[in-house]
Design a protein around this ligand. Structure first.
Ligand code: MD6
Ligand code: FE
Length: 223
């Protein structure tokens, strides 16, 4: 068989690869690339109902990242603390539903990374402009740590910091670009991570703007 025939109907074979970060943590390069324009359209629609906002965090600072959510549960913060809510505090209404294409992509990515049967019920949407950053943290407000987190990067590249189970452990630096999906679960589920200040640039079409979006899919337990 000719090499052309081997690749004839699926050039994802040559545009997608995996980079393990640690046990149970992997970056799926290019995994969301084809769906990216559709994902961005859905983000714009969600933001019409649940606009991006800059939460206050318990230390009194305002986050540099704009945030919104879709799903049964949405991550929120105020001066009192962090929590998942079933209602958008801005509108008093339920968060918009997770679009079917989001769910399918998150499930496929989790499956690919070795976490089958992932059914997220929360999707946090982060928006970064140049200078916006996310300090080192653990994702532990979900209560259920048996499920992984699936994180989709869109728009400008960012430097992701991936550390260990203790804040003081050294961090790897990983560049996450448009279409990459990071999946963390199992022994890596509570690893510290963060994002360095976003550098200026012009994101790929259809954005053509100095912006990065990140979708993180989670399973939040009702407790
Ligand atoms: C971001 N991501 O990439 C922020 N959390 O914009 C996260 O905080 C994150 O990418 C848990 C797992 C993967 C992530
Ligand atoms: Fe996080």
């Amino acid at each position: 068989m000719m090499i052309d025939d081997l690749f004839a109907n699926d050039d994802s074979i040559i545009r997608q690869w995996q980079e393990p970060l640690a046990k149970d943590a992997v970056v799926l390069r290019g995994f969301a690339y084809d769906e990216a324009p559709t994902l961005l359209q859905h983000i714009a629609t969600i933001a019409e109902t649940a606009p991006f906002r800059h939460f206050i965090i318990p230390n009194g600072h305002t986050m540099s990242i704009g945030m919104t959510n879709c799903g049964t549960f949405g991550w929120t913060s105020n001066a009192q603390g962090y929590r998942y809510t079933e209602v958008d505090p801005l509108s008093g209404q339920a968060w918009p539903q997770i679009p079917a294409i989001f769910l399918q992509l998150a499930q496929r990515a989790a499956d690919h990374a070795g976490f089958p049967h992932f059914v997220p019920n929360a999707c946090l949407i982060n928006r970064y402009h140049p200078g916006a950053r996310l300090s080192l943290h653990q994702d532990k407000d979900e209560m259920d740590f048996s499920q992984p987190i699936v994180s989709v990067s869109l728009g400008l590249p960012a430097t992701f910091l991936f550390g260990g189970l203790q804040r003081t452990q050294p961090c790897q630096r990983v560049t996450l670009t448009h279409g990459d999906i990071a999946v963390w679960g199992g022994d890596a589920r509570l690893c510290y991570h963060g994002v360095l200040p976003l550098k200026d640039g012009i994101a790929p079409l259809p954005l053509q703007d100095n912006v990065r979006y990140n979708l993180t899919f989670r399973r939040v337990s009702r407790l």
